[in-house]
Design a binder for this molecule. Structure first.
Ligand SMILES: [Zn+2]
Ligand SMILES: [Zn+2]
Length: 175
C-alpha cells in the first residue's frame, strides 16, 4: 500500500515500493491508464514538521494517435515530489501566496497517524497523459481524401493534391 506510518519516520526515511497498483489508485476506472505493470517508488522523509515524498511512477498507457487514429501503447516514467503537513500545523502568515511559483512543491494537509500518498501518485499518472499523442515520429497519418491509414497502405490519391489552390498554380506560367 502507498501509506507510511508517521512514527516510522521519526528516525529514518522510509522507502515505499509497490507494483500493480491500478486498483488501489482507482485507475481501473480508466482502462487506458491501468495496464500493468504499474510501478511506484517513493522515499518519504521528515524534515522538521514537513513530510517530503519524492519518487517516480512508471507504467504504460494506451493512447490513440492523433494522426492515424490507431491505438498504441506508450511507456512513461514520471517523477514527483510532494510535501505534507499535519492539519492544524499552522503555516506562518503567507497565506496570500496562493499561486505557486514555478518549481515550487505543493503542500498537502492531512490528518491522523498515517500518510497516504496514493492521491498524489494518481494525479502524477493522470498528468502523464500527453496533450498530443503520436504513435511514432514519422507517422504518416490518414489520407486527407480517402481516409486510409498511410502507414499500412497507399492509395490512389497520394501524390495528387485535390486542393484547388494547387491546381491553380499548375496552370500558372511566368510571364
Ligand atoms: Zn499514428
Ligand atoms: Zn487516399
Amino acid at each position: 500500500m502507498l501509506t507510511v506510518e508517521l512514527r516510522s519516520l521519526e528516525n529514518e526515511e522510509v522507502v515505499v515500493q509497490e507494483q500493480g497498483l491500478a486498483q488501489v489508485l482507482g485507475l481501473d476506472l480508466a482502462p487506458e491508464l491501468s495496464s500493468e505493470p504499474l510501478e511506484v517508488f517513493c522515499q518519504v522523509s521528515k524534515v522538521e514538521e514537513l513530510f517530503v515524498a519524492k519518487g517516480w511512477v512508471k507504467g504504460k498507457m494506451l493512447l490513440t494517435c492523433d494522426r492515424c487514429l490507431e491505438a498504441f501503447e506508450s511507456g512513461y516514467k514520471s517523477f514527483f515530489e510532494m510535501h505534507y503537513r499535519l492539519q492544524g500545523d499552522e503555516v506562518k502568515q503567507d497565506d496570500e501566496s496562493e499561486e505557486l511559483p514555478d518549481g515550487a512543491v505543493e503542500t498537502v494537509f492531512f490528518e491522523g497517524d498515517i500518510l497516504d500518498i496514493a492521491d498524489q501518485v494518481r494525479q502524477t499518472v493522470l498528468l502523464s497523459v500527453p496533450m498530443r499523442a503520436i504513435c511514432r515520429e514519422d507517422c504518416r497519418g490518414l489520407c486527407g481524401s480517402c481516409g486510409c491509414n498511410l502507414n499500412v497502405e497507399s492509395c490512389q490519391c497520394s501524390g495528387q493534391s485535390t486542393d484547388p489552390r494547387w491546381s491553380a498554380l499548375k496552370n500558372w506560367k511566368p510571364q
